[in-house]
Design a binder for this molecule. Structure first.
Ligand SMILES: Cc1cc2nc3c(=O)[nH]c(=O)nc-3n(C[C@H](O)[C@H](O)[C@H](O)COP(=O)(O)OP(=O)(O)OC[C@H]3O[C@@H](n4cnc5c(N)ncnc54)[C@H](O)[C@@H]3O)c2cc1C
Length: 344
């Protein structure tokens, strides 16, 4: 039995269904609902989800709202309910002239999802502003408080991505009063160099919005989930070889190796604009796959498979999806989705 249409609850707008959907509007309601033994998954704005089949489980939609604010000598604190809209909260802080979140403006989705993949953009990651996260264990109904350290943040990773059984109800942000803008990203650097006055949180947020609007398709007009793949990290030795073969390949040194730009790899293979059925590689941004109108999950998975194979053959690099893939049983690996949809 699959009865709840999900097409308008995920920004890729794939036509899938779930057995049941429960809109959670308060912590009390959640406490009464838990523990749950049935299959479930938590949904925010659906901007990082790809439903490749009808999901045979229950969806808990996070609609909990509310913001509390306090401060000490050094920092501003905000405890924000997980169902609040991320961008609205970023702009709320910018309007109060409280800095720290402005580089993360216009990322779609909810506050409760931000810790899950440790969202990041333009030189800032969620982990830098996270004080603590409150989540309920759906299996036991117990409330947990996670310090920043407990969250085990890494590039697009956290404990919540490894252990999918927490429902994040609140996130507490700690924003320093000694704010310094983060302007290392090329376009922000060039913009700030031309300014006659010091950048403010609001002016940086507005610039980030302009940069993003110029580069990324609006999911309401062209359905997508942002970056489809993570930027891969390779060994120093592998990176040196690639630099030798492709001298204009962008590379960034990170703690565990060298990070490559997945978009550059895809673009270099001439795959921008490539499409299979209704799924396509965005014509301006190779890291974004789009639904041109009537994409099926097979179209998207086949296109992603073609990209993964081509990148691997040419560069010896295996791309991993950044998007969360969900099949009929819940979270799924790319290979499993591909096998199921192509019967290989
Ligand atoms: C155009 C576009 C641009 C984007 N740009 C960026 C970017 O610059 N940087 C970036 O990092 N991401 C980006 N994204 C991805 C996406 O916006 C983020 O990952 C966002 O945090 C997802 O929020 P959501 O509420 O839509 O989560 P959903 O897609 O609903 O869920 C994502 C994951 O989080 C889990 N989850 C959601 N809410 C909760 C909760 N309350 N408790 C526990 N688990 C939860 C879900 O179960 C799922 O696993 C972009 C997406 C789009 C469409």
């Amino acid at each position: 039995m699959s009865s709840i249409p999900l097409q308008h609850l995920n920004t890729f707008q794939l036509n899938a269904h779930a057995n049941e959907l429960i809109a959670v509007t308060s912590v009390n309601q959640l406490e009464q609902l838990l523990p749950l033994t049935h299959p479930f998954l938590v949904l925010g704005g659906g901007s990082n989800m790809l439903f490749t089949e009808n999901y045979q489980g229950r969806i808990l939609a996070n609609n909990i709202a509310g913001i509390k604010q306090w401060e000490d000598d050094n920092s501003h604190y905000f405890q924000v309910a997980g169902g609040e809209n991320w961008h609205d909260f970023v702009m709320h802080c910018a309007e109060l002239n409280i800095g720290g979140l402005e580089n993360l403006a216009l990322i779609p989705g909810s506050v409760g999802a931000a810790p899950v993949q440790n969202i990041g953009a333009y030189g800032v990651e969620f982990s830098q502003v996270c004080h603590e996260v409150i989540g309920y264990d759906i299996h036991t109904g117990l409330r947990h408080i996670f310090t920043n350290n407990d969250c085990q943040f890494a590039y697009r990773e956290s404990v919540f991505k490894q252990q999918r059984h927490f429902f994040i109800t609140q996130v507490t942000f700690k924003l320093t009063k000694q704010w310094q803008p983060q302007l290392s990203y090329g376009e922000l650097k060039a913009w700030s160099a031309e300014l006659n006055e010091a950048p403010t949180s609001q002016s940086v947020a507005n610039k980030v919005i302009d940069v993003r609007n110029a580069k990324l398709p609006n999911p309401e007009i062209l359905p997508n989930v942002g970056s489809f793949f993570k930027n891969p990290v390779v060994t120093t030795q592998h990176a040196k070889q690639l630099q030798h073969d492709y001298d204009n390949m962008p590379q960034y040194i990170v703690a565990d190796g060298v990070k490559l730009a997945a978009g550059w790899l895809i673009d270099h293979l001439g795959l921008k604009g490539k499409s299979i059925g209704g799924a396509g590689v965005h014509t301006h941004q190779a890291l974004v796959l789009v639904n041109n109108g009537k994409a099926t999950s097979s179209d998207v998975i086949n296109l992603a498979h073609l990209i993964i194979e081509s990148v691997n053959q040419t560069f010896g690099v295996v791309l991993e999806p950044e998007v969360n893939l969900v099949d009929r049983d819940g979270y799924s690996k790319f290979e499993t989705c591909h096998k199921r949809l192509t019967n290989v």
